[in-house]
Ligand binder design. Structure first.
Ligand code: PAF
Length: 279
């Protein structure tokens, strides 16, 4: 496994591998956990060469405190990645990705005006900036993203179409801790007590799925908010039921689309997201 810090070195070293087959790419912000490793393993199974990037992208943080406290654990990340058998780790500095400020403004229509887009202004524009930069550098055949960031996946699929990029976006299932809590680098920032209480988020989503037959959408949303907000560690920022492609709010279960319940919850200062397919 080779650790590379500059785009020139990556492109030069990757060049000789390309003739052997496809390049799989897993972009990350580090603080790796089993969720990330499942993406890397899938990429390894489906490609001849795999690149994992580790870059905490400043342009996608709308809260400077959040950026500051984001965990940075390069040494242990490298150990974990070595055990997967991936060939390249690309860990650039900020100047390498943004030699000058990226002023591009993307238009994702309604895809980024709801949920995360509404509550984290500019977040998806920053994600689009970094992902398009990374795709330009790595030129992957396939790129792997987790379904926990459901809205991010919808945005990235749209980005690839807008920019006509020849990369296949592969969606990978949410990996959960034993308690059901969706795996996230942010879980590391929770105290033991907070982490135990945060498991109520996924427990409530799993139960919500069983209630689809007996509650209206509005009643279900109300029940989820009440159930989680009753816990003194947790404050729901939003819970919305949306269709899985345009992310438009669902008003009735009789609508034809696949329906996803998406949630963001503060556990103390830490913001956690999760989602569940409701039909
Ligand atoms: O999902 C993430 O970790 C980040 O948003 C990504 C896709 C690596 C871009 O910085």
């Amino acid at each position: 496994m080779l650790l590379v810090k500059t785009k020139e070195e990556l492109q030069q070293k990757l060049g000789s591998f390309r003739e052997f087959g496809t390049v799989g790419f897993v972009p990350t912000m580090g603080a790796l956990h089993s969720g990330h490793l499942s993406l890397v393993e899938k990429a390894i199974n489906e490609n001849q060469v795999v690149v994992v990037s580790i870059f905490v992208n400043p342009t996608q943080f709308n809260d400077s405190k959040d950026l500051e406290r984001y965990p940075r654990t390069l040494e242990s990340d490298l150990k974990l990645l070595k055990s997967t058998g991936c060939q390249f780790v690309f860990a650039p500095g900020v100047n390498e990705i943004y030699p000058k400020p990226d002023r591009r403004i993307f238009n994702f229509g309604t895809l980024d005006s709801v949920m995360e887009g509404k509550h984290r202004s500019g977040h998806f524009n920053g994600v689009a900036q970094v992902v398009s930069r990374l795709f330009e550098i790595v030129k992957p055949d396939k790129a792997y993203f987790g379904l926990k960031d459901f809205q991010q996946l919808a945005i990235i699929k749209n980005l690839v179409v807008q920019l006509k990029l020849p990369v296949e976006i592969v969606s990978c299932p949410i990996i959960r801790e034993e308690s059901g809590l969706a795996m996230s680098s942010r879980n590391e920032l929770l105290t033991t007590e907070e982490r135990e209480n945060a498991a109520l988020i996924s427990r409530t989503l799993f139960l919500a799925k069983n209630f689809v037959a007996e509650k209206s959408v509005e009643q279900l949303v109300h029940w989820v908010l009440k159930t989680i907000n009753k816990n003194s560690f947790l404050t729901v920022e939003y819970f919305e039921v949306v269709d899985d492609t345009r992310l438009k709010p669902i008003k009735s279960w009789s609508e034809k689309n696949t329906k996803i319940g998406c949630i963001a919850v503060f556990c103390g200062k830490i913001r956690l997201i999760d989602n569940i397919i409701l039909n």
